[in-house]
Write a protein that binds this ligand. Structure first.
Ligand SMILES: [Zn+2]
Length: 348
């Protein structure tokens, strides 16, 4: 099976060279190896695995493992609602070139998956990182992602322990498709995993400065269910309802009562989903309204160290700690970065 896969992969790579696919940015792709000891020939540069990804945090995790040995193209533009995103038909062309498409799964990207199923070339596959990282018995369902809606909460990547699982699956999958670079992928994974240990420690140290009873999250977008379980934060609620509309007046007044009763110091909105409703709840309940959290929109400019999965985690958890009156110095001492060259294409 594995050897068939390798044969197929090399055949496909050969075909890719013959057909001359690659679009208009091969300059940046081949330049990726400029710093390595032995310059690659044009032919071997052409045989880089082509990888598609969906949301930006997944693009970043894949780039941390794949580095400059893969060509990565993200599909979901940053700053869009990834939960309702539908790719343009023209994305089919891009999907027809990839060797593998890494998606979150957990029913987050059905339209993209559907387009991919009709577009992928022979031997190319869709790998669902989230779905492979958690057993069904541990899926989170709540008011934004009700069980009868059939869509579990998909936000595993805001919990570093699951991000590590994503990276592990990517390492194993890339190594199978591209065994020549298996050591490289393994080394990158080790560095990424060590960075996660460092981040995890910093998060726990910062959160420990917030009294346990104050670690309560009321967010607009419901992106922290798994994080809450792992790091001991109670998810008081999420305001966004399952159809991504605003809650009714009755639901809003219920939430205001809840915020007052729970005595949370702050409520959180997000960049992608500006919410006048959450602002109203904050004002009427007399608590701070912090509207900058991000669940899949990376901070910083593409190419900067902050524009990474680690940068996203750092930004969100510094923000939460400070809004709750905690001391974020442990987190601030952590430097978000990529452990491998990140040359992925992040559509804006
Ligand atoms: Zn989300």
């Amino acid at each position: 099976m594995a050897s068939e896969m390798r044969l197929l992969t090399s055949l496909l790579a050969a075909l890719a060279v013959v057909s001359g696919c690659g679009g208009d940015d091969e300059g940046s792709t081949t330049a990726a190896d400029a710093g390595s000891a032995q310059p690659q020939s044009a032919q071997s540069a052409k045989s880089l695995l082509e990888v598609g990804t969906t949301v930006a945090p997944i693009t970043s995790i894949v780039a941390n493992v794949g580095g400059d040995r893969v060509k990565i193209t993200g599909i979901v533009p940053e700053g869009t609602n990834s939960h309702t995103f539908e790719p343009k038909p023209s994305v089919a062309e891009l999907l027809s070139e990839v060797d593998v498409l890494y998606v979150n799964g957990l029913v987050l990207e059905e339209p993209t998956k559907e387009l991919a199923e009709g577009s992928l070339k022979d031997g190319a596959e869709i790998v669902e990182l989230g779905t492979r990282s958690i057993p069904e018995s541990e899926y989170a369902y709540d008011s934004s992602f009700p069980k009868d809606g059939g869509k579990p909460n998909p936000h595993l990547w805001t919990d570093p322990t699951y991000a590590r699982k994503y990276a592990e699956i990517v390492r194993d999958d890339l190594s199978e498709r591209d065994p020549d670079n298996a050591d490289y992928y393994a080394g990158n994974f080790e560095r990424f995993s060590a960075m996660i240990d460092e981040l995890d420690k910093a998060m726990r140290a910062s959160f420990d400065t917030i009294p346990r009873e104050k670690r309560k999250l009321l967010t607009y977008h419901d992106a922290y269910a798994y994080f809450g379980r792992t790091y001991g934060w109670d998810i008081v609620g999420a305001i966004q309802v399952s159809d991504f509309e605003d809650p009714t007046a009755k639901e809003v007044s219920g939430l205001i009562d809840q915020v007052k009763a729970e005595k949370v110091p702050a409520v959180f909105g997000s960049e992608v989903f500006p919410s006048p409703v959450l602002e109203q709840i904050g004002k009427e309940a007399g608590v701070r309204y912090v509207d900058v959290l991000r669940d899949d929109d990376l901070p910083g400019e593409p190419g900067s160290p902050e524009h990474s999965w680690a940068g996203l985690m750092h930004f969100d958890y510094v923000t939460m700690t400070e809004a709750m009156g905690g001391d974020s110095s442990a987190l601030k001492a952590f430097t978000p970065r990529d452990v491998a060259t990140d040359k992925a294409d992040y559509p804006q």
